[in-house]
Design a protein around this ligand. Sequence first.
Ligand code: 6PG
Length: 261
Amino acid sequence: MSEVRRRKILIFRTIKEISEYVAKRWAEASGEEIDRKRRFTVALSGGKTPARLYRSLADPRRVLRWDKIHFFLADERFVLPGDPDSNYGMIKRNLLDHIDIPGKNFHPITILRTARLSAQKYERDMEAFFCRKNGDFPQFDLIMLGIGEDGHTASLFPGHPALAEDKRWAVAVRTNKAKRDRISLTLPVINRAKAVFFLVTGKRKARIIKRLLEGPKTGLPASLVEPARGEILFLLDRGASSLLSKIRTDARTETEARKID
Ligand code: 6PG
């Protein structure tokens, strides 16, 4: 199957419905992977959109095997954990503080003297966890990503040299498109994932979503996410999908749009 055919667009009325869907998919996928290899690895994105999702996933009524789920970060701002901009801090406040997960199951990006040293440390931590073998990139079971209005994803920004990185697992990113230096997973790692969920909500994202899903090939970072053997889901609300012309946006809560081919 071509990569594009594995791309699906699901449109929801609310972030709560998206959260219900993601929690269901997490439960299914993590159950299978935990039975098979005794762990489920997820890289989480930062930004504002996923905070509600993380709070919903932390709902005590959800039965997820947190003791077997390992969280990494898709990217981080080069700030200390207590800084309001910290992705780790947001994930901790909205998810980790509310679930019974062993401390060893969360793998933060350690903030060292420079973003470059932090990226190198993160790469070493991932190598130890994934037991790096003959240059293979690590394979996450799931990577949750957002998309910026300029088409960036994780901390990979349009036109940045980091987009061409084909050896490192994590890189430091300095760009005038972001207030802070960043540390990000690289595209080869993202594209090795078994599944990538893009979570995009709000009208302000409608133009970039239309451009990415219905425009010509853009070369924008989010359009370079095409896992070779993975699934890509665009989890959108009505606002973010409001400019899409080819997709039914009828009223059902979980509208599985026809596949874009
Ligand atoms: C970050 C994210 C980034 C984010 C997009 C969308 O660290 O900011 O990883 O890629 O997902 O910028 O951000 P919002 O969800 O705040 O719109």
